[in-house]
Design a protein around this ligand. Structure first.
Ligand SMILES: Nc1ncnc2c1ncn2[C@@H]1O[C@H](COP(=O)(O)OP(=O)(O)O)[C@@H](O)[C@H]1O
Ligand SMILES: [Mg+2]
Length: 231
């Protein structure tokens, strides 16, 4: 097993009448540090479920999830929540930005979670600076004070990308980040993600419907009915 992120025989079942619904049927997968991995497969194959388990947003029914040799299934819920905020950054299809906050504030949010009152004041200034730098890097320097409703789909997703990066996550997880965007805008997002991987060595796991984008990543795995069918 590699010493970065490993999943071993992960299963996920949902109760359903007499026989449970088996959504993941024993997935074993290694993600190497600095890798850009994409997951493709038809709707309902279990891609989101796998990504959520990988990022501690959901619990497997059985199997092991290890990060740098540590079994993340064996630690307390509180520790999992703290680790999640620092190990993983998430980008979802529908952005999930807070509508009453502007772009900078949305990006800052995960950077302020868990800070005490004293830490808050000190950290706030640093987090704001980092948020502004990230937004400038994705071309949103002139949109810092815009609210989500005042931004285009592509701009919202760039804000969501910055929010996912504010805590310098060890792994960036993206679930169909361009599924809600036109193809040109989607391509811009994919290009940003590729650049993050290439220039900063960001480890990335992305679920995508866009096979062309997947082919440009380092490695593609295909899921079918809860299993990995090709690597
Ligand atoms: N909370 C849930 N309860 C019951 N079934 C679920 C739940 N979440 C997902 N599923 C089922 O698990 C399967 C895989 O879902 P998902 O991981 O979202 O697939 P994908 O992302 O590949 O489209 C689907 O059949 C879906 O209906
Ligand atoms: Mg999905």
């Amino acid at each position: 097993m590699s010493n970065f992120l490993s999943l071993h025989e992960i299963t996920k079942e949902y109760p359903q009448g007499e026989t449970p619904l088996r959504v993941l049927k024993g997935v074993t997968l290694e993600v190497a540090k600095g890798e850009y991995l994409t997951i493709v497969g038809a709707s309902g194959a279990g891609k989101s479920t796998l990504l959520h388990i990988m990022g501690l947003l959901d619990q497997p029914t059985s199997g092991e999830l290890l990060f740098e040799g540590r079994d993340l299934g064996k630690i307390s819920g509180l520790e999992q929540a703290q680790l999640r905020n620092h190990l993983f950054g998430f980008v979802f299809q529908f952005f999930h930005l807070l509508p009453d906050f502007n772009a900078v504030e949305n990006v800052m949010m995960p950077g302020l979670v868990g800070q005490g009152l004293w830490g808050w004041t000190l950290t706030r200034r640093q987090v704001r600076r980092s948020a502004e730098e990230l937004l400038a890097r994705v071309g949103l320097k002139e949109r810092l004070k815009h609210r989500p409703s005042q931004l285009s789909g592509g701009e919202r997703q760039r804000v969501a990308l910055c929010r996912a990066l504010i805590n310098q996550p060890r792994v960036l997880l993206l679930d169909e980040p361009t599924g809600n965007l036109d193809s040109h805008t989607g391509e811009e997002i994919h290009e940003l993600v590729r650049t993050l991987n290439r220039e900063q060595g960001q480890t990335i796991v992305m679920v995508t419907h866009n096979e062309a984008a997947a082919r440009r990543a380092g490695r593609v795995i295909r899921m079918l009915d809860g299993e990995i069918v090709s690597c």
